[in-house]
Design a protein around this ligand. Structure first.
Ligand code: TEU
Length: 585
């Protein structure tokens, strides 16, 4: 795979800048803080840093509401700090990508201020405006019955011109109208070329499949008879012109700069609809995040999101395999991840935090899972030390995210205690807040995230005295050192782990997860390199299958490669939450 682009075998690391490292004692992470930790990321084995939105923003949705794409939100630092970040990353042979949020802007963006000022403003059609409807009593109603992602209607009434504007997320996040060519040109120029000219290497593109809306703006079918608002993702996901827009963006900006692109693509469970985005010959995106596996446990889309749905290991395996295999035999590419800033912590959701020992073992097994999968690997800050969800004992006031707050308030407004309890329970597992609390650097006050005198913008985890970078550095048993080793191993055997074919074995086993990774091409099936990944996703000891037979080789040739317990275990059973890799090379 010598000719493969750099981003395929790369390890990406997502930084949530508000919570990574505060350098000036205001309790809010910043760019100088991030820069001071680049050696840490370099030592871990990171090749590319993805920084979540740092642009000027009123922070209605943590910077996913941008009021000026060419300015930095002051608490993060300055443009000069971004230049330093780019330089310091490149000096370490690391790349850096920014978050591109162009489905919507903030209501404070100049474009929107102009657009809302009058119906004949030149930027009026840069956003999506519609007249009201009226019910039989003559009451004003929004143009459609659509429910937005953060609860409530997707339409906000604007007095100035007596029309509604569309917002799929918060009312503070009006949707841009991609059908307007001047608007698209401004996006390419001001939000993309501006940063590429400053040396950034590409973008994670927010909500990339929602730029083209279905033009008819009709009501969504009733799926929730108890509500006047209905989920309507089919009205705005993968719309009629989406591939035209993404291809244009590629031709206009991404390709000329050789910029890497990873699109965030939700509500698209059908592989046939995902492939066109990532098929190389179509020249759209390099790769996308698909969320079926990471969304397990979420209730149905929209209103029911925080009604927790337990799931089994076979379901997780099936989801994983589906999205490992969907590029087989195509020219597409995929991503590997189990955490981000929009989901609860993986060890709390897919692992076991009931005891210290199970926490450590299961976090390492999750590491084994992630680092042996096909695609570009994305780690989320804190995953490498096994950071967990916020403690169950914390009150609802510790949840700061607009989505969590709105869903909770909606439940409270219903007056239905069962619904309130259900929502609280769901939030305790799934809320976006869990991944947004301060990073745990050390056992110092405020976990070393900010100075002891400062008050961090979110509460620091009670467990930061034991779960932190300092405690794990150099400890051969630690999650952090395990990640470090696995990231090296993944690259060393990239033909197997990064580029190999994934084959699921024993799909119905409720406790043990087993898959083969097989090098593609080569001289023939018998000499092809193969690895067998076996992971016990339960607390109890489980029998190990016949490894040599599963690898398709004679007993002598099956070799132990690595395991979560470190040294080779001769025991023919797996301890609770133990994982191992065997191979034929
Ligand atoms: O998220 C887009 C999105 O649709 C979901 O994945 C999101 O997590 C939400 O919880 C759905 O209920 C992206 C960003 O990752 C997210 O942080 C932003 O809030 C959102 O876009 C709006 O910009």
């Amino acid at each position: 795979h010598g000719q493969e682009p750099w981003w395929k075998a790369a390890t990406f690391y997502q930084v949530y800048p508000a919570s990574f490292k505060d350098s000036n004692g205001d309790g809010w992470g910043d760019l100088p803080g991030l820069i001071s930790k680049l050696d840490y990321l370099d030592d871990l084995g990171v090749d590319c840093v993805w920084v979540c939105p740092i642009f000027e923003s009123p922070q209605a949705d943590m910077g996913y509401d941008v009021s000026d794409y060419r300015k930095i939100h002051a608490p993060y630092g300055t443009l000069a700090d971004v230049d330093t970040l780019v330089r310091e990353c490149h000096a370490r042979q690391m790349k850096v990508i920014l978050d591109l949020v162009v489905n919507h802007t903030s209501i404070e963006h100049q474009w929107f201020k102009e657009s809302r000022s009058s119906k004949d403003n030149p930027k009026r059609s840069w956003y999506i405006w519609k007249p009201p409807r009226f019910d039989e009593h003559g009451n004003r109603q929004p143009p459609t019955n659509w429910r937005g992602y953060f609860a409530g209607s997707t339409w906000a009434w604007d007095e100035t011109t007596s029309e509604y504007y569309l917002h799929l997320y918060a009312p503070e996040q009006p949707d841009l109208n991609w059908d307007n060519p001047e608007c698209r040109a401004a996006i390419y120029q001001e939000t993309m070329r501006f940063w590429l000219d400053r040396g950034v290497d590409g973008f994670r593109i927010d909500t990339v499949n929602k730029f083209s809306k279905h033009a008819d703006y009709t009501d969504a079918p009733i799926s929730d008879p108890n509500s006047s608002l209905q989920p309507a993702p089919e009205m705005w996901c993968n719309g009629p012109r989406i591939h035209e827009f993404i291809h244009e963006m590629n031709r206009e900006v991404l390709a000329p700069y050789s910029a890497v692109s990873v699109g965030e693509l939700s509500n698209t469970p059908d592989p046939q609809s995902v492939l066109p985005y990532v098929s190389a010959k179509r020249q759209e995106l390099d790769m996308v995040f698909e969320f079926s596996a990471i969304r397990l446990g979420n209730g149905n889309l929209f209103g029911g999101k925080y009604s927790y749905q337990p799931f089994t290991l076979p379901t997780l395996k099936a989801m994983t395999s589906k999205w490992q295999r969907f590029i087989d035999g195509t020219d597409g590419w995929t991503t590997v991840f189990c955490e981000n800033h929009d989901n609860g912590r993986a060890v709390s959701r897919f692992g076991d935090t009931s005891t210290h020992e199970f926490w450590r073992r299961s976090a390492k097994t999750l590491a084994l899972w992630q680092t042996t999968m096909t695609g570009s690997l994305f780690l989320y800050q804190g995953q490498e030390i096994g950071m967990t969800n916020m403690p169950a004992a914390w009150g609802i006031e510790e949840y700061k995210d607009i989505e969590a707050v709105n869903f909770y308030n909606e439940a409270v407004a219903s007056g239905d205690q069962a619904r309130i309890d259900k929502t609280k329970h769901g939030l305790s597992i799934l809320a976006r807040d869990h991944s947004r609390i301060p990073f745990q650097w050390s056992e110092e006050p405020n976990a070393g995230f900010c100075s002891g005198e400062a008050s961090p913008w979110m509460r620091v985890h009670d467990d930061c005295g034991t779960i932190n970078v300092e405690a794990q550095t150099g400890d051969p048993e630690s999650i952090l050192e395990f990640y470090r080793g696995m990231l090296k191993l993944r690259k060393k055997h990239r033909n197997v782990f990064v580029f190999g074919r994934h084959v699921l074995l024993e799909p119905e086993d409720e406790h043990v997860w087993i898959y083969l990774k097989e090098e593609q091409g080569g001289d023939g099936a018998s000499t092809r390199k193969r690895a067998l990944v076996v992971m016990n996703f339960s607390r109890e000891e489980r029998p190990l299958l016949d490894v040599a037979a599963a690898l398709g080789c004679e007993g002598e040739a099956a070799r132990f490669l690595v395991g979560t317990d470190g040294v080779e275990s001769k025991i023919s059973s797996l301890k609770g939450w133990e994982g191992r890799i065997y191979c034929n090379f």
